[in-house]
Design a protein around this ligand. Structure first.
Ligand SMILES: Cc1cc2nc3c(=O)[nH]c(=O)nc-3n(C[C@H](O)[C@H](O)[C@H](O)COP(=O)(O)OP(=O)(O)OC[C@H]3O[C@@H](n4cnc5c(N)ncnc54)[C@H](O)[C@@H]3O)c2cc1C
Length: 334
């Protein structure tokens, strides 16, 4: 790993200024799990790391906040996955986020990894992560997954790059309709979907932050009456593994009728994938096994698998059905 300077600014303004001074040559560090991996793998060699965990009290308080915000919930960017997974303030309405945080990575990683870093981590595609390969994301002319080994790649929304978005929290936060607050020269609040960049928009990046902008917190809106939610993932190994597919669902049930339905899928597309097709099937209808099967079919109707990943279609359909059954309280068929 190349030597670097570690800066410990006391304010977010100073952190942003440092990052903007040498945008190509510096990186913000939160838990460091992804960033240090990339540096060890030779993908990135920033000359300066800007530590976000040593901010002065005022900014640290915002970045570590976890709890009510008006009638919604705020989650500071430095809240760890372990803290999220253990936070009982995230009740039935928001339990999808606890389930997602608790299922990601390993206990050791969850103790260090933060909400902000998890949302902004870079893809785990083996071609992108190989220091000697120049894939599309690194300025090459093609996505190497297209003609290569693509078992773990995108089946929805792919092209020209076929990475899958790595963030487990992003899948749950998409279903929960989250927003993110960004500090920089022009502070802004974005719907989570606006944070992510599709490969068609720009194949070289996955998020819309400018150098020196800091993600400060995520915000969950006030839940509707009777809101419930859930998340699940399928992995090849039960531990220490990345998901093959993820599904997160939010809905409110009024006399068995589903309202305000959100369906999000993970590890199937280059961005956290909101399925408006599945939502349209479910919205305003009584929860039932037949409807869940129809919604799962609709969610994957647009899938375009590569050579090795057609298995993700039935896998994701089955996973989504399972989560819908659980969230709506409809027993799974024998
Ligand atoms: C074996 C293994 C299994 C894993 N499994 C999963 C999994 O199942 N699901 C999953 O989601 N992840 C998984 N991960 C990845 C891990 O969860 C992420 O690397 C971690 O969440 C990143 O968070 P961090 O705080 O360490 O980020 P960092 O490494 O500190 O930062 C990541 C990136 O975000 C930027 N950044 C960080 N915070 C901010 C901020 N507030 N504002 C602006 N930019 C910021 C950094 O500059 C950097 O580019 C796994 C990792 C391993 C090693």
């Amino acid at each position: 790993m190349q030597p670097f300077v570690l800066s410990r600014p006391k304010t977010l303004v100073d952190a942003g200024d440092l990052a903007r001074a040498r945008p190509q040559d510096s990186a913000l560090r939160a838990g460091g799990i992804d960033l240090i991996d990339r540096m060890k793998e030779g993908l990135d060699a920033p000359a300066r790391l800007i530590e976000l965990r040593w901010l002065g009290e005022a900014d640290r308080e915002v970045m570590r906040a976890l709890g009510p915000d008006g009638e919604g919930v705020q989650i500071g960017a430095l809240v760890t996955l372990a803290q999220l997974a253990a936070h009982e303030g995230l009740g039935e309405a928001h339990v999808a986020l606890r389930e997602a945080a608790g299922s990601a990575a390993t206990p050791t990683i969850r103790n260090a990894a933060t909400l902000g870093g998890n949302l902004l981590q870079r893809p785990r595609c083996w071609y992108f992560r190989h220091a000697d390969l120049v894939c599309l994301k690194k300025g090459g002319s093609a996505c190497l997954a297209v003609g290569g080994e693509n078992k773990f790649h995108a089946i929805l929304g792919g092209g020209p790059s076929f990475i899958v978005h790595p963030s487990t929290l992003a899948c749950a936060l998409t279903a929960l309709d989250a927003q993110v607050e960004i500090r920089g020269p022009e502070p802004r609040t974005l719907a989570l979907a606006e944070l992510f960049v599709t490969p068609k928009q720009d194949a070289k990046r996955e998020h819309a932050l400018q150098p020196g902008e800091v993600l400060v917190r995520a915000l969950l809106p006030k839940p509707s009456p009777g809101q419930r939610s859930g998340y699940a993932a399928v992995k090849e190994k039960q531990s220490h593994d990345w998901p093959l597919a993820e599904a997160a669902v939010r809905m409110s049930l009024e006399s068995g009728v589903m309202k305000d339905v959100r369906v999000a899928l993970g590890h199937v597309a280059p961005i956290p994938w909101r399925s408006r097709e599945a939502e349209a099937v479910l919205e305003g209808k009584p929860a039932s096994e037949a409807l869940f099967a129809e919604a799962a079919k609709a969610a994957l109707a647009g899938a375009k698998p590569l050579r090795d990943n057609a298995y993700k279609i039935p896998l994701t359909q089955g996973l989504l059905r399972e989560v819908l059954h659980r969230v709506a309280g409809v027993p799974l068929p024998e």
